[in-house]
Ligand binder design. Structure first.
Ligand SMILES: Nc1ncnc2c1ncn2[C@@H]1O[C@H](COP(=O)(O)OP(=O)(O)OP(=O)(O)O)[C@@H](O)[C@H]1O
Length: 254
């Protein structure tokens, strides 16, 4: 195992995302459940990071705090140069809308809108003009060239997830956060979606952070970071499916 990128202070390349001493509990008093305990990490720009760990280890909480969907109890979260853990209310909503891309297992496309309108919805909500050349580029990049006027229900599951990825990319976000993006897909379609995420990193320089339970999905990333009991517990670069499977089993069995 090669530990890397887990200490914000040791990392010198520009970081798209940094967490510094982030802790988060649910509930309060003696019943409080600690979900994240003093997490520090730096994710380099233009990298693909997978987050793995046993059930309940804090993966979703980490993603939610990193993406500004939830606030840590203590510690700092930076997306690029912005400390999002300081933002509240409308300022946080605006920052997320303009600078963060999301991809969920369940696609979350609006059925009444065409693919093109779904993809450009974040721009509409932000009051920004659609750059039609960029829209065309993004639709082509995700393999949906010519599908812009279809409704989501006229697409396969894999195509719907590609549309959701296009929607995440349209604002040129500081980072794309993906929560189990292949969880609802068969293995062949999942492979295509993972290849697409890799391609956005390689060709667009996009930063992608993905939570997954699937070791096959995790090894598509450059780096896999592991959580156990709310703490970082190692990372791997260039890992095999076997390496990842064994480490998650080890963490879950302790
Ligand atoms: N809304 C909540 N209220 C209370 N406890 C919560 C809440 N959300 C999560 N937890 C607890 O926080 C801890 C971390 O949960 P989290 O969902 O982040 O883990 P996870 O690794 O994503 O789990 P899974 O792999 O099962 O989705 C767990 O102990 C969980 O029970």
């Amino acid at each position: 195992m090669i530990p890397m990128f887990t200490d914000a202070d040791e990392f010198s390349a520009p970081a798209a995302l940094q967490l510094r001493g982030v802790s988060k509990s649910y509930g309060s008093g003696p019943a409080a459940v600690p979900a994240l305990r003093n997490i520090s990490l730096a994710v380099p720009q233009g990298s693909f990071t997978a987050v793995m760990g046993p059930s309940g280890s804090g993966k979703s909480t980490l993603l939610q705090c990193a993406a500004g969907l939830d606030a840590p109890d203590s510690g700092e979260v930076f997306l690029g140069a912005t400390e999002i853990s300081r933002l509240r209310g409308k300022a946080l909503t605006r920052f997320r809308r303009d600078h963060v891309g999301f991809v969920f297992q369940s696609y979350n496309l609006l059925p009444q809108l065409t693919v093109a309108r779904n993809v450009t919805l974040p721009l509409l909500l932000a009051g920004r003009e659609t750059d039609t050349a960029w829209l065309g580029y993004v639709l082509e990049a995700v393999g949906l060239d010519g599908f812009g006027e279809r409704k989501p229900q006229e697409l396969s599951g894999g195509q719907q997830q590609r549309a959701a990825i296009a929607r995440a990319l349209i604002t040129r976000p500081a980072a794309v956060f993906a929560d189990e993006p292949t969880g609802a897909l068969d293995s062949g379609t999942a492979r295509q979606v993972l290849d697409l995420l890799r391609q956005t990193v390689a060709e667009l320089g996009q930063t992608v952070v993905m939570v997954t339970h699937d070791p096959v999905a995790a090894v598509s990333a450059d780096t896999v970071i592991f959580l156990a009991d709310g703490q970082l517990d190692g990372s791997m670069a260039g890992a095999t499916v076997r390496d990842v499977t064994d480490h998650v089993a080890y963490l879950g069995g302790r």
